[in-house]
Write a protein that binds this ligand. Structure first.
Ligand code: ZN
Ligand code: ZN
Length: 425
């Protein structure tokens, strides 16, 4: 699962306009569950302005008291790297993050539109990128915590943008690339179904049944085996598998990531051992990191390498003590619709829903029984990790075998060659 997202406008053809409206409807009613009278804080790339406006309209129709959108201009980010003084890279707008946290505390819902250029910062100074990321992570600690604790209803939805489309379809002309990316987005968002809302309800129920099945097993650990991977991930005490929708602590049901195909839980921060190799590249804050290989010992990374972006990877895992430990483990079958598209999206919202994955950094307290009402120290005592970062990366493939390890130490097959062994429901 991902919990933050930055975003880029492209002319939308007339035939796409109605699909954008459908996307906005599903985002507001199914993803966000926006309540009448509730405020909405939205973030979006400038290039997603058509979708942002459609969502704004839908939110007001649903009774929103106020919609406030914070747009990101990627050109302005590049201007900072071109002209800002060195000290600039240790600065983040703390006042803005404080205001966002205040909005959440006063009951506002949160919607992020994702679609930023996955390679925006390719070629920029990795030290400056890392410093800017660290400053931003520190500044956004409070709002991120409210999100990961599910204090409010929130969701992340995608929007096709020219730079993103060019990265996914590098050999297509710009128009064709945008059209193909929109097609992939609409399919993954189930917007081509006769009744998208009903299609989502059914999909949500399936993910909930899968999570229930895993919760019934109470596994001590999950074992991954694949090419370059032999990894035992111990699970946190009182861990809870989740999938699909969540009931936020404000009482509103929401689906935090759209699309979503995963069931996920909290690993034990001190009980992860072995080797793991990423099966897809990762775009981390606009920088591609490729061919990640990592070795864990007693929960912490002791060796890490990447064929590209290694400096960024090393800096990322040094963010704090928790950045070298796991905060999430998630299972996704290789036949998931996003995986079946065969595309590499260079966008975590999509790629993490095409493959089983692990995340370095902050754990979701909702993945611990009664976790949202526990203090940080109590969560850590159960094995839940604590960090400024939460970065998902993909380890699943059509070759991956996954076993559950029972409390007695017995192995039970969960996935073979990337597919679930047991049917549920
Ligand atoms: Zn995940
Ligand atoms: Zn995640």
């Amino acid at each position: 699962m991902i919990s933050t997202a930055p975003v880029s406008p492209a002319p939308i053809s007339v035939s796409d306009a109605s699909r954008i409206e459908r996307l906005a409807e599903v985002a507001v009613h199914v993803g966000l569950g926006l309540q009448a009278g509730q405020e909405l804080v939205m973030t979006a790339p400038l290039e997603a302005i058509a979708l942002a406006r459609a969502i704004t309209a839908e939110a007001y129709k649903a009774g929103a008291s106020l919609v406030t959108t914070l747009f990101t201009d990627e050109e302005a980010i590049l201007l900072r790297f071109a002209y800002a003084r060195d000290e600039s890279f240790d600065v983040a707008a703390q006042w803005l993050q404080d205001a966002v946290a205040a909005a959440y505390r006063s009951g506002a819902a949160r919607l992020a539109i994702t679609g930023s250029n996955p390679a925006l910062l390719d070629g920029q100074d990795p030290q400056k990128i890392s410093r800017a990321n660290l400053a931003m992570s520190k500044a956004s600690r409070a709002p991120l915590e409210l999100i990961t604790r599910h204090e409010i209803n929130w969701t992340i939805v995608p929007c096709a943008t020219p730079a993103w489309a060019a990265k996914v379809f590098p050999n297509e002309p710009a128009d064709a690339a945008m059209a193909r990316l929109w097609d992939a987005i609409f399919a993954s968002m189930r917007l081509d179904a006769p009744d998208p809302v009903a299609a989502w309800r059914q999909h949500d129920a399936e993910l909930q049944r899968r999570a229930q099945f895993l919760n019934g097993r109470r596994y001590a650990a999950i074992h991954f085996r694949g090419r370059g991977t032999d990894l035992r991930v111990g699970l946190a005490d009182d861990h809870l598998w989740l999938g699909g929708g969540t009931l936020a602590r404000n009482g509103v049901p929401c689906i935090p990531n759209m699309p979503t195909e995963e069931v996920f839980t909290t690993p034990h921060k001190d009980r992860v051992d072995g080797m793991v190799r990423a099966t897809k590249p990762l775009s981390y804050q606009g920088m591609p990191i490729e061919n990640i290989q990592v070795r864990f010992e007693s929960g912490g990374i002791v060796e890490a390498s990447a064929s590209q972006g290694e400096t960024i990877l090393q800096k990322m895992i040094q963010t704090d003590e928790g950045a070298r430990r796991l905060g999430e483990v998630a299972l996704v079958p290789h036949s998931s619709p996003i995986a079946a598209s065969g595309l590499l999206f260079w966008n975590t919202l999509f790629d993490e829903n095409a493959a089983s994955h692990i995340a370095l950094g902050q754990a979701y307290s909702t993945c611990i029984r009664s976790g949202a009402s526990l203090e940080p120290a109590q969560l850590q005592a159960k094995g839940a990790n604590d960090s400024l970062i939460h970065v998902d990366w993909m380890i699943g493939s059509a070759e991956m075998d996954v076993d559950g390890i029972t409390q007695e130490g017995n192995l039970e097959p969960l996935m073979r060659l990337g597919e679930w062994v047991q049917a549920v429901g």
